[in-house]
Design a protein around this ligand. Structure first.
Ligand code: RB5
Length: 145
């Protein structure tokens, strides 16, 4: 499975830990930046990641900023993106099963690396339930007026 990952400066160091962790597990990882810990604007990387994700069937995305909030707000502006802000494994599992989330957002100023890697693992290994009621709800808000 391909994992596409991006961050701003606030998430830069946690992103590097996640990349090392995923490569160690054999995942194909694509890093859309940022490439240094210098201050930068998180929507740029949310846009890069969502463009690549929507062009890559079956891939999942991970976005890290200081809080995870800006990244999730920016990513969710793109149709077809279901970005979930998760700092615990219960939410990471539930959002894959119920919301078919395709982007995990985390805040490096909120969560430590130990838990963050467990959240990542849970998000990646949990499949969508394919339950009819969850599909109906996702389809409803996909075209919300
Ligand atoms: C950057 O200082 C910070 O605003 C950003 O990383 C993120 O937390 C935004 O939501």
């Amino acid at each position: 499975m391909k994992i596409i990952i991006g961050s701003d400066h606030g998430g830069y160091y946690l992103k590097q830990e996640i990349i090392d962790h995923l490569i160690g597990k054999g995942f194909d990882v694509s890093d859309v930046g940022c490439d240094t810990p210098e201050s930068c604007d998180y929507p740029i990387y949310a846009e890069k990641l969502t463009n690549e994700l929507l062009a890559t069937p079956d891939a999942l995305g991970i976005l890290v900023c200081g809080t995870g909030i800006g990244m999730s707000m920016a990513a969710n502006k793109k149709k077809g993106i279901r970005a979930a802000l998760c700092h615990d494994t219960f939410s990471a599992q539930a959002t894959r099963e119920h919301n078919n989330a395709n982007v995990l957002c985390m805040g490096a100023r909120v969560i430590g690396p130990g838990l963050a890697l467990k959240v990542v693992d849970t998000f990646i290994k949990t499949p969508f339930s394919n339950d009819e009621r969850h599909i109906r709800r996702i389809e409803y808000y996909d075209d919300l007026k």
